[in-house]
Design a protein around this ligand. Structure first.
Ligand SMILES: Cc1ncc(COP(=O)(O)O)c(C=O)c1O
Length: 382
């Protein structure tokens, strides 16, 4: 086992907080300061010529992610967030034929559900499996896929409960019926090892804020190389063109491969920022992150149950991602008090307090946050 705790000094916040909310906002690597300085120095000294260095950074940053999930070189492009990435994918679809149904489930992140719901105005039918966001409706979701399905959208790890979804049956059925599959891997990227080619999904979307420790502003979109050149996103900008600097009149001639999804001017500083976290995750390896989480989340599940709290995450490690959702009396107020006392976690209505240790957290921190919950319930006048 690599000595993961030796990374702690490289994450400044760990020196003054018990930082356990890495499924929401991963800790900032100290090296972000130098990386952003490099970006600023280029702008300050080179002006417009900085683009010669900045533009290749888009593919360089994406390449780190490609390494992390076994994606072929040049199959990922950077964007701002999941909303943008999914909007790009949706803009390739037509809903005027019999195959016009999008299938998803009730536990998806709201940004996904809002976007999908909006497709109804364009003629799509949207089938939402399940109704309780704490229960993944596997059978219902699978049954909803048919020859009318154009797209299946599903999360790899559900953001409320941390349920880790076995995506294979959904991919197999979708492909059997000629539908495409989008995987929202935001909660698994950098936390749960997987190989995107092996999963055989058509698209993968995600962002950097969480386990990748990349901060806001850097999302990403993977499209399977076998289909990408057949896709024609309506949400296209000049960087989606085969020759952006030709400034040609429409209709657009799409760039080959994933670059057709680039859209407008890339968000360069966000990529300078995000690449620092990506590099650390690539260096450590997601397998090691996950192995660490086996022990840490095990402590949380067992410790929460032993203290009489409700655990709203699967008990079985193989069925959950790297956070644990714990419900307890007055959970929202307990969350506020924990933060006041230096324990950083969050709360999701109807689910509970989410505790998300990363590779740099200790087992003692996991126990300490549970003890603090007990102490708050006993003493604090909430
Ligand atoms: C599974 C999942 N998808 C998407 C998002 C966020 O979407 P966006 O990148 O559009 O803000 C989150 C959390 O912020 C999430 O947990």
């Amino acid at each position: 086992m690599p000595d993961l705790l030796s990374w702690r000094p490289r994450f400044p916040i760990l020196g003054n907080k018990t930082y356990l909310i890495n499924n929401s906002l991963g800790a900032m690597p100290a090296s972000v300061a130098n990386s952003l300085q490099e970006y600023m120095d280029l702008w300050a000294t080179e002006g417009v010529v900085a683009w010669d260095t900045w533009l290749p950074e888009v593919a360089n940053t994406a390449a780190i992610l490609e390494d992390i999930i076994g994606a072929p070189r040049g199959s990922i492009t950077m964007c701002q967030n999941v909303t943008n990435a999914l909007a790009e994918i949706l803009s390739c679809l037509e809903y005027d034929g019999p195959r016009n149904e999008i299938v998803h489930c009730a536990g998806e992140f709201p940004t996904v559900e809002y976007l999908l719901d909006g497709q109804r105005r364009l003629g799509a039918r949207v089938a939402r499996a399940g109704s309780d966001p704490l229960v993944f409706p596997a059978d219902e979701l699978l049954a909803a896929i048919s020859d009318r399905t154009v797209l299946v959208v599903l999360s790899h790890v559900l953001f409320r409960t941390a349920e880790l979804v076995d995506v294979r049956p959904f991919v197999e059925k979708a492909h059997k019926f000629g539908a495409l599959v989008v995987l929202d891997a935001y909660q698994s990227m950098g936390a749960v090892p997987f190989d995107v080619v092996d999963l055989d999904v058509d698209f993968l979307v995600g962002g950097s804020v969480k386990w990748l420790c990349g901060g806001p502003g850097a999302g990403y979109l993977y499209a399977h190389p076998n289909i990408v050149d057949r896709l024609e996103p309506r949400l296209a900008g000049w960087f989606s063109h085969a020759r952006p600097f030709g400034f040609e009149a429409p209709p657009i001639e799409y760039a080959n491969g994933i670059e057709r999804f680039t859209g407008g001017t890339p968000n360069i500083p966000a990529y300078y920022q995000a690449r620092e976290g990506y590099k650390i995750i690539r260096q450590i390896g997601v397998e090691a992150v996950r192995e660490h989480a086996r022990r840490q989340t095990g402590l949380l599940v067992d410790g929460a149950l032993a203290r009489g709290f409700t655990v709203n995450s699967p008990r079985d490690f193989d069925r959950r991602g790297n956070h644990v959702t714990i419900d307890l009396p007055r959970a929202q107020q307990v969350k506020d008090e924990l933060i006041r006392r230096g324990f950083v976690i969050d709360y999701r209505p109807g689910a509970g307090i989410r505790v998300a240790p990363h590779f740099y957290n200790t087992g003692e921190e996991c126990i300490a946050v549970l003890d603090e919950m007990v102490a708050i319930l006993r003493t604090a006048p909430l």
